[in-house]
Write a protein that binds this ligand. Structure first.
Ligand SMILES: Cc1ncc(COP(=O)(O)O)c(C=O)c1O
Ligand SMILES: [Zn+2]
Length: 417
């Protein structure tokens, strides 16, 4: 069945046919990000609770009728999606909510939720006959794109800030990408990538620019709903940088409502770091616009975004879902990494644990009720940034390879002997 969709500008509402524009709204410029809208009457015939119950494809491609890739042959050969959704009774009881779920998206092939967008980017680049793809990133989208390009025999050129964690830069190099370390922050990397993409005519995988990528990311929200047996949670917590991921959860529930599969949205709560919270401030001011933060200062490198590019979609997600934005300190993020790992086994990178820190903060301040269900999305794997994680934990015991020496050392270790 052919997929029919239109693109609609989030600011002016103008609609475009597929192919008429590829990236943002020509009338509104870069801020005019586009929504991909399907013919939901057509899609409803192909995607339903019953059809999904029969579907054995446990990857993001199970939602094929509402994904913007045309040719099945262009699906890259890496398994993405259908990541675990763990329930934690212990943490639910501790924080006074009815049920708490952790969606571990660090389990994707390159270790972050960004793989969902890269799968779509590569599929579309192949649909369009493109040979070279590029993006800027705080690190995860970069390493993800590099991995997907290499399996699809596409060339990638990736721009990351010079300060990106070593594991992410190494991952990029291992995948054979052409890696550019930009002397500056993510904003500088983004600006340089946009100029280079224009100059060299590469396919643009910058998520805030390319409307199709949020479609890949939305599959995380679709999975959450499906894994919960279509019971929409009351709250969903997710870390926010540019604002694409949070927009994708809004889009997931928007599409499910349009398809008649579910009938409401969770309250979507975006979490930013204290040291870089332009969207938290916009919500506090009650404004539908964002002011760039002067300087980003946080260990959560993935969300150190001074000037969120997808601000309009992010603020809409919060407003229309009756959610909110909260900020958490680096100390809260570090303790969240440890608490999450110790209680659920899920090891998150700082941005990935920020969502849990946000949940904890709202629960402790009495903003969540005992009859409510919350989902915390872990967007990136802890192995991506071990030097931050080391700050959250103590030192290991060092022992010579001798049992008597080990027993003596152990007896001195407080609380363990
Ligand atoms: C692990 C992780 N969490 C959250 C985010 C924030 O996503 P967005 O920039 O779409 O708001 C990112 C983006 O790089 C990320 O890598
Ligand atoms: Zn517009």
């Amino acid at each position: 069945m052919s997929k029919i969709f239109e693109l609609q500008c989030v600011l002016c509402g103008k609609r475009y046919r597929e192919g008429e524009v590829e990236y943002t709204c020509p009338s509104c410029g870069m801020d005019g990000t586009l929504d991909v809208l399907y013919d939901y009457d057509v899609a409803r015939k192909a995607i339903s609770r019953e059809a999904l119950a029969q579907n054995r494809d446990y990857s993001l491609w199970r939602y094929w009728p509402i994904l913007p890739v045309h040719e099945r042959d262009h699906v890259p050969p890496l398994s993405v999606g259908w990541t675990p959704l763990y329930e934690s009774d212990r943490l639910a009881a501790q924080y006074g909510v009815k049920r708490l779920f952790i969606k571990d998206d660090g389990r994707n092939p390159t270790g972050s939720l960004k793989d969902r967008a890269s799968a779509i980017a590569v599929g579309r680049a192949l649909d369009l006959g493109r040979k070279e793809v590029s993006c800027s990133s705080t690190g995860n989208a970069a390493s993800s794109l590099a991995g997907f390009c290499t399996v699809a025999s596409l060339r990638s050129t990736i721009f990351v800030p010079e300060s990106a964690p070593e594991a992410k830069v190494t991952q990029l190099l291992v995948y054979g990408a052409r890696v550019v370390l930009v002397k500056g922050d993510y904003n500088d990397a983004f600006n340089l990538s946009e100029k280079a993409i224009e100059r060299f005519g590469w396919y643009n995988r910058n998520c805030a620019i390319n409307p199709y990528l949020v479609e890949g990311k939305k599959t995380c929200g679709l999975e959450v709903a499906e894994q919960l047996g279509w019971e929409v949670p009351d709250y969903l917590f997710v870390a926010v940088g540019d604002g694409c991921i949070i927009s994708s959860f809004y889009k997931a529930f928007h599409d499910l409502i349009k398809l008649g599969i579910t009938d409401r949205m969770p309250r979507i709560v975006g979490v930013q770091a204290e040291g870089c919270k332009p969207l938290v401030e916009a919500v506090k001011r009650g404004e539908f616009r964002v002011k760039a933060f002067e300087k980003a200062d946080t260990i959560a490198d993935s969300i150190a975004v001074r000037r969120p590019r997808n601000w309009a979609k992010a603020l809409r997600a919060v407003r229309e879902s009756q959610g909110t934005m909260v900020s958490v300190s680096d100390g809260e993020i570090l303790s969240a990494i440890r608490e999450l790992a110790c209680n659920t086994g899920v090891f998150a990178e700082p941005a990935g644990a920020a969502s849990f820190a946000g949940f904890r903060k709202m629960a402790l301040s009495g903003q969540l009720r005992q009859d409510e269900t919350a989902v915390v999305v872990v967007t990136g794997n802890g192995l991506k940034d071990i030097s931050s994680a080391r700050k959250a934990v103590g030192d290991p015991i060092v022992s010579p390879p001798d049992i008597e020496a080990f027993v003596r050392i152990l007896s001195r270790v407080k609380g363990l002997a």
